[in-house]
Design a protein around this ligand. Structure first.
Ligand code: AP5
Length: 232
């Protein structure tokens, strides 16, 4: 299955992508994680992306598209993939269509996660991220599995969890603004292609996964959900 996950920052795309990718045995490809790894590794791409990310702005299309094209050329995407946080602009969506069509492939769906802004802000303000393996936790809803002797939260991989730099309130406000102006137009883009599926992201992590899977599971009546069954 080839899916893209759309939705505002902090709504839970990454959390759901991780769970569904595990169940479908396909890779979760997060452009945000790729850039954070590149920043940690101080690569030229990381250095380029850092200033945009810290300001809550999008990394230029030319950089992101190249990164995704390279990632989609690897072996492990043969049975599908979940793209988390890409595309984020109409030119990125058009580029993705081109990359896939050159391989004779199409997307199965674009999944849109929806929730009120207050809930999004609550989720981001409690988020704890692992700088080592990129797992994500929440101080209340998804607590860290361990802690140091001083009570600092620890990831399952043993690394100390951190707050993301772009999760500061003023940067979150900018990211939401950027989402509304540059990414929200993708909703109509994918609706026009009859690929859009909406998921109610309010509720526990398990409830959202259940809603997501019920919309994607094979054997259901897809017509009323506007899901295209084009898996080739
Ligand atoms: P990216 O890393 O993609 O960030 P984002 O889209 O802003 O999304 P987030 O990672 O903030 O949130 P999420 O929706 O994945 O939520 P999560 O699962 O963590 O991008 C970062 C930056 O990189 C961008 O600003 C940009 O600069 C750059 N970039 C990336 N892709 C790009 C592109 N394509 N083009 C240009 N630039 C790009 O959940 C959030 C919290 O809520 C967690 O604590 C989680 O535990 C908790 N939670 C999740 N679900 C629930 C639930 N149901 N109930 C309660 N809590 C929940």
């Amino acid at each position: 299955m080839r899916l893209v996950f759309l939705g505002p920052p902090g709504i839970g795309k990454g959390t759901q992508a991780e769970r569904l990718a595990g169940r479908l045995s396909v890779p979760k490809i997060s452009t945000g994680d790729i850039f954070r790894d590149a920043i940690a590794g101080k690569t030229p791409m990381g250095l380029k992306a850092k200033s945009y990310m810290d300001a809550g702005h999008l990394v230029p299309d030319s950089v992101v598209i190249g990164v995704v094209e390279e990632r989609l050329s690897r072996e492990d995407v043969q049975n599908g993939f979940i793209l988390d946080g890409f595309p984020r602009t109409v030119p990125q969506a058009e580029a993705l269509e081109g990359i896939l069509s050159r391989k004779g492939l199409t997307l199965n769906n674009a999944v849109l996660f929806e929730a009120p802004e207050e809930e999004i802000v609550r989720r981001i303000s409690g988020r704890l991220s692992c700088p080592n393996c990129q797992r994500v936790y929440h101080s209340e809803h998804n607590p860290a599995p361990g802690q140091t002797a001083e009570g600092e939260p620890l990831c399952a991989c043993g690394a100390r969890l951190v707050r993301r730099k772009d999760d500061l309130p003023e940067t979150v406000a900018e990211r939401l603004k950027v989402y509304r102006s540059q990414t929200a137009p993708l909703v109509n883009y994918y609706r026009a292609k009859e690929l859009l599926v909406s998921v109610d992201a309010v509720g526990s992590i398990e409830e959202v996964t259940h809603d997501l899977e019920s919309r994607l599971s094979p054997g259901k009546s897809y017509d009323h959900l506007k899901i295209k069954r084009g898996d080739r």
